[in-house]
Ligand binder design. Structure first.
Ligand SMILES: Cc1cc2nc3c(=O)[nH]c(=O)nc-3n(C[C@H](O)[C@H](O)[C@H](O)COP(=O)(O)OP(=O)(O)OC[C@H]3O[C@@H](n4cnc5c(N)ncnc54)[C@H](O)[C@@H]3O)c2cc1C
Length: 297
């Protein structure tokens, strides 16, 4: 549905912008114009934006750094609310890290190592926000958000709630603290004192990323979730799909788990390539790959 004049005026007064293309706020660099784009500075501004849109039945989509998103080239008629750099404060108290949802996970991870803490070094190369990481239960190199997450403050049904979290509420790339059920506003993590090896581990993980992942091309990270006891990248490689290209979208020759935008890829190019990969891998191995990337249309 299109926003009516009254809603448009309200959203513009609240600092929302029109004419923003998804390619400008997603790491895939793909996607057309969204209805409105807003970046609140605090939970109150977030609540005002939400209630303005909700009153008129206008759709909302909450995002972080846009590093796990594939948005349609036709655009999306919705209010995109980015919990980003305007809500990105973080602090340390002994072994506890508190961070607003818009802080970058990699920034907080690096700062935690610099503060003499261990337990978050695996996250230093993940380009999302704290909110996106909690929503996705982001993880790498054996580490996962759920191992360290202790408390989440989130908005649900218009209420601001702070909840102590026990890790098993989250599972592989799945979390109850994710849009549309919840909007993460801040989170608290429990780390441990550095055993002396955190900086070296972080450096090792970063080197592994730079050598193995196609960081030189726009992407949304791993395209598919890891199937049980298998690796998506290995299955795609075994199916002979490294370098497979549709339009501007390509299965990375460096890491088959990534579909990259190697120049001018459209939403359709990526969707077609994802479907082709799923079918080919399924025909060869019987494994149905499930997208990790969130498709927004
Ligand atoms: C080069 C590269 C490497 C990557 N490596 C990894 C990796 O090693 N491990 C890994 O797990 N991921 C990886 N990713 C994927 C991505 O960075 C993570 O999924 C990250 O957690 C997404 O965070 P984001 O802020 O960008 O979220 P977005 O992409 O903006 O959103 C992702 C989802 O989270 C929801 N969401 C975002 N913010 C909030 C919020 N505040 N409250 C509620 N819901 C919210 C959105 O609605 C959406 O459904 C990689 C991506 C890239 C581009």
């Amino acid at each position: 549905m299109a926003a009516n004049k009254c809603l448009e005026e309200k959203l513009l007064l609240l600092g929302a912008r029109k004419g923003v293309e998804a390619r400008s706020f997603t790491s895939f660099r793909i996607g057309g114009e969204v209805g409105f784009f807003a970046e609140p500075r605090n939970a109150d501004e977030l609540a005002e934006l939400m209630s303005a849109a909700k009153c008129c039945g206008y759709p909302i989509y909450v995002i972080g750094n846009g590093t796990n998103l594939l948005v349609s080239d036709d655009g999306v008629d919705a209010l995109f609310i980015r919990i980003g750099s305007r809500m990105s404060a973080y602090s340390f108290n002994e072994t506890t890290v508190s961070a607003e949802a818009g802080a970058l996970l990699c920034t907080v991870a690096k700062a935690s190592v610099a503060a003499g803490l261990g337990g978050m070094e695996w996250a230093a190369g993940i380009p999302g926000t704290i909110g996106g990481a909690v929503a996705m239960n982001a993880g790498a190199y054996g580490g996962e958000i759920k191992q360290i997450l202790r408390r989440v403050t989130y908005v649900s049904n218009g209420r601001l709630i702070t909840k102590r979290v026990c890790g098993n509420e989250l599972s592989y790339r799945k979390s109850p603290f994710a849009w549309p059920d919840a909007i993460v506003v801040s989170a608290e993590f429990e780390l441990n004192k550095d055993d002396g090896g955190a900086a070296a581990r972080m450096e090792d993980y970063n080197i592994r990323r730079r050598t193995k992942q196609p960081l030189e091309f726009p992407s949304a990270g791993s395209t598919f979730k890891r199937p049980k006891d298998r690796y998506a990248g290995a299955l795609i490689e075994e199916a002979g799909l490294k370098g497979k290209r549709i339009g501007g979208a390509m299965v990375s020759p460096k890491h088959a788990g990534f579909i990259v935008n190697c120049g001018g890829a459209t939403f359709e190019d990526v969707c077609e390539l994802m479907a082709f990969v799923q079918k080919t891998v399924f025909d060869m191995s019987g494994v149905l790959l499930e997208p990790e990337v969130k498709i927004v249309r």
